[in-house]
Write a protein that binds this ligand. Structure first.
Ligand SMILES: [Zn+2]
Ligand SMILES: [Zn+2]
Length: 295
């Protein structure tokens, strides 16, 4: 497959992405406004939605299922989990998967969409605000996510990814009022965006390194705590297709627990797993992890 050369990285930034920036400012202001409407029910709803969007959606679906295909599930479960991912407001699945596959291909090298070698702030949020990553249309991105681009449901979810928050927001407004919308939509998505961006910034900068990978990835417990296990990022760069990122008993990985739970109900199989002492894959010998037998 001849993929087009995407010009990602700081030197290809194209000025301020106006729509994204205005939306980000509005979401941050309304996230702060939530603190003037303290309501236990609204906060509990936000926590529940944070699990749905961040764990079921981003960790278990966008990242481990769609990007790396580290396990298989039924089409309906895949679509449901992907819909949960759209609630995180991190774009549709085709954009997210394509961007993340480029990140793995070019980690901390020329062409990485968000490496802290070009600035910690750039890796955290600058690439969203001024980067060229968001300017690529679905046709270009489809070269990096050909599997998803053939699937009409994923195409629909990518185009209308924002509708899930509109629907949930209207339901919250009808049944809970303004505090539920402020906490459940604005605070919850803004907090979740920063948590995910910390995987790009903090876990390519601060933490420990179990594996000597060619990138700067680290394992960082507090990023893992915020992202349901995504902070075991050095383990992940060493063995990208492993469904389990927390490899030691103390590396709590709720996304892996979620995938294990799906397996118990017969909803996850062909699960790829790395072991803690497994040698790194080499250039000539790509990552071939043992698959667990179907239970
Ligand atoms: Zn990374
Ligand atoms: Zn990844």
């Amino acid at each position: 497959m001849a993929a087009p050369a995407l010009m990602y990285g700081r030197k290809y930034q194209q000025g301020v992405n106006v729509i994204t920036t205005v939306a980000m400012i509005a979401f941050h202001i309304l996230a702060v406004a939530a603190f003037f409407f303290i309501d236990a029910g609204a906060i509990a709803t936000a926590v529940a939605l944070y699990f749905v969007a961040g764990m079921l959606g981003i960790g278990m679906a966008y990242h481990r299922l769609l990007t790396h295909r580290s396990y298989k599930t039924t089409p309906w479960m895949e679509y449901f989990l992907t819909w949960c991912g759209t609630l995180a407001l991190e774009g549709g699945p085709i954009f997210w998967v394509a961007t993340h596959r480029v990140h793995h291909q070019k980690s901390d090298q020329e062409g990485d969409p968000h490496t802290p070698r070009e600035g910690t702030w750039w890796a955290h949020m600058g690439w969203i605000i001024t980067g060229s990553g968001l300017h690529h249309d679905a046709h270009v991105l489809s070269k990096y996510a050909p599997d998803l681009s053939r699937d009409p449901v994923h195409i629909w979810l990518s185009k209308y990814h924002w509708t899930s928050n509109v629907i949930v927001g209207l339901i919250l407004l009808a049944f809970g009022g303004v505090p539920y919308v402020l906490w459940g939509i604005f605070f919850r998505t803004t907090f979740g965006l920063h948590a995910t961006w910390l995987v790009n910034s903090a876990t390519h900068k601060w933490g420990s390194r179990r594996f000597t990978t060619r990138d700067d990835s680290t394992n960082n417990w507090w990023v893992a705590a915020l992202t349901f296990g995504e902070g075991w990022h050095n383990n992940h760069h060493a063995h990208p297709t492993s469904a389990r990122h927390g490899l030691a008993w103390y590396e709590v990985d709720l996304n892996w627990i979620g995938i294990s739970t799906l397996k118990i109900f017969g909803l996850a199989w062909d699960i790829k797993l790395a072991k803690i002492r497994q040698p790194l894959p080499t250039e000539t010998e790509p990552d071939t992890l043992a698959e667990e037998a179907v239970a």
